[in-house]
Design a protein around this ligand. Structure first.
Ligand SMILES: Nc1ncnc2c1ncn2[C@@H]1O[C@H](COP(=O)(O)OP(=O)(O)O)[C@@H](O)[C@H]1O
Ligand SMILES: [Mg+2]
Length: 434
């Protein structure tokens, strides 16, 4: 027979191994770095302008970044910093290379969510983040999933739970409770509000003193930052119920929304949430903070089933949340939660597969125009290697057959272009920040 002590023993053995695996897979010389991009990619895939016009411009203006020439090649290879500098400094045929970004509005927040593990959430989140960065946008990725696939893929593996969404929620609890307590003290006697106290376990972490920027970590991509997660952040699901009990007035579901509101509006253009495969305190925070809901789903029967039950459970959870209307603080979106957009995105799709095509038709029949026109295709190029996922954008096309790379890239590009159109439509609907 086995009880909790056996499980604890197994875990401590496993932890020892985990350290070793980490050492093996994350030695300093294994640190994730971003490759350079060739002049071909720059013209055809990134700026989408005439190759020779672009080369001519770069050759004519030596003050512009010149990239590096590899010993055996004729191509020039540019870093993303250089690409962004070129983007800012030149126009081609009188057209700016900067992506559309309305002034005076905050970043669009897109949650990639489904309960089904393996639906492609992290893959889609990673690719949208990278595609947007290559498109000239500044991106913040928020990993809500303690499995931390996105964090690992972005090169972050040594993360303590204080610096995850769990930390953001606990910090919010501390701040909201302190604010409510001092408001209660300041209130006229006779209207005394209850004083809430928090256990030392939370108070002593000093989370209330963490600044907004303390949760945000850089990645190998200069214009992609991440709020990472880690396995221990799973603890939040456990602890949050207790926190709500400590302060029943705490609008627990709005913690991340409040946190993101504190980030300057022009710091980012796009904020992508990679959601956990379950409804809980973290995913409710993701959903409440999101402007857009993107629901990836594989193209099989089971996936159709689980996507259906996902939207059912989400609907119930959101309806349930509406009970807390009185808790929603001024300035945050009111309840019931309304999204600016909801989309279904088929992933791991094979055009040659009859079942997949039939499932796409079924999805379209049921969800109509909510189904993205461009599914993400199944590709060998992004199949996960161990714990890490690299986006097609990070991979060098010389490391595989050019055809495989181009097809995979084209598929993610099309899904991203459609996503970008939806993001821009969200901006149009969004009110200017005061
Ligand atoms: N378009 C795709 N082509 C091939 N493999 C994919 C594709 N999308 C996802 N995968 C693989 O499927 C697995 C699950 O994907 P992941 O994005 O981690 O799903 P989730 O985050 O929903 O659990 C991973 O091994 C990933 O590499
Ligand atoms: Mg995932």
């Amino acid at each position: 027979m086995f009880d909790h002590t056996d499980l604890a023993r197994m875990q401590s053995q496993s932890l020892k191994m985990q350290g070793w695996i980490r050492q093996q897979t994350f030695s300093p010389d294994h640190e994730k770095t971003l490759r350079r991009f060739s002049s071909w990619e720059l013209g055809e895939l990134i700026f989408k302008v005439n190759q020779s016009t672009l080369r001519g411009r770069l050759a004519a203006e030596p003050a512009l970044p010149q990239g590096l020439v590899e010993e055996d090649g004729r191509q020039r290879w540019y870093s993303l910093e250089e690409i962004n500098e070129i983007r800012r400094r030149i126009r081609i045929s009188r057209k700016s290379l900067m992506p559309h970004r309305p002034a005076g509005k905050r970043a669009v927040r897109a949650a990639i969510a489904n309960f089904k593990g393996g639906a492609g959430k992290s893959t889609v989140a990673l690719h949208f983040a990278h595609a947007a960065a290559l498109d000239g946008y500044r991106v913040l990725a928020v990993d809500f999933d303690p499995q931390a696939t996105l964090s690992h893929s972005m090169g972050l593996s040594d993360v303590s739970e204080e610096y995850t969404v769990w930390g953001i929620m606990a910090r919010d609890l501390v701040r909201e409770t302190e604010a409510a307590n001092s408001a209660a003290v300041g209130a006229e006697s006779g209207t005394a509000l209850p004083q809430r106290s928090l256990p030392a376990g939370i108070r002593d972490l000093g989370l209330g003193d963490l600044r907004v920027g303390d949760f945000i970590r850089p990645t190998a991509w200069p214009t992609v930052d991440v709020i990472p997660s880690c396995a221990n952040a799973a603890f939040v699901e456990f602890a949050s119920a207790q926190y709500r009990h400590l302060n029943p007035e705490w609008s627990f579901f709005a913690a991340v929304s409040r946190y993101l509101d504190a980030i300057p509006d022009d710091a980012y253009d796009l904020i992508v949430f990679d959601c956990p495969p379950a409804i809980g305190y973290q995913s409710m925070n993701a959903v409440f903070a999101a402007d857009m809901l993107y629901i990836p789903s594989g193209p099989g029967y089971w996936e159709y089933d689980s996507t259906t039950s996902f939207i059912g459970q989400l609907s119930e959870a959101l309806e349930d949340l509406a009970r807390f209307s009185s808790l929603v603080p001024a300035g945050t979106p009111s309840l019931p939660k309304a999204f600016l957009d909801v989309r279904f995105l088929l992933t791991r799709f094979e055009h040659g597969n009859d079942l997949h095509r039939a499932m796409k038709t079924a999805f379209e029949r049921v969800f109509e125009d909510r189904v993205c026109q461009h599914p993400v295709e199944m590709t060998r190029a992004v199949e996960q290697s161990g714990r890490f996922l690299s986006s097609i954008y990070e991979m060098d096309y010389r490391d595989m057959t050019r055809e495989t790379w181009r097809r995979a890239r084209a598929s993610f590009d099309q899904a991203y272009d459609e996503f970008k159109g939806n993001v821009v439509a969200c901006w149009d609907q969004m009110e200017e920040a005061s």
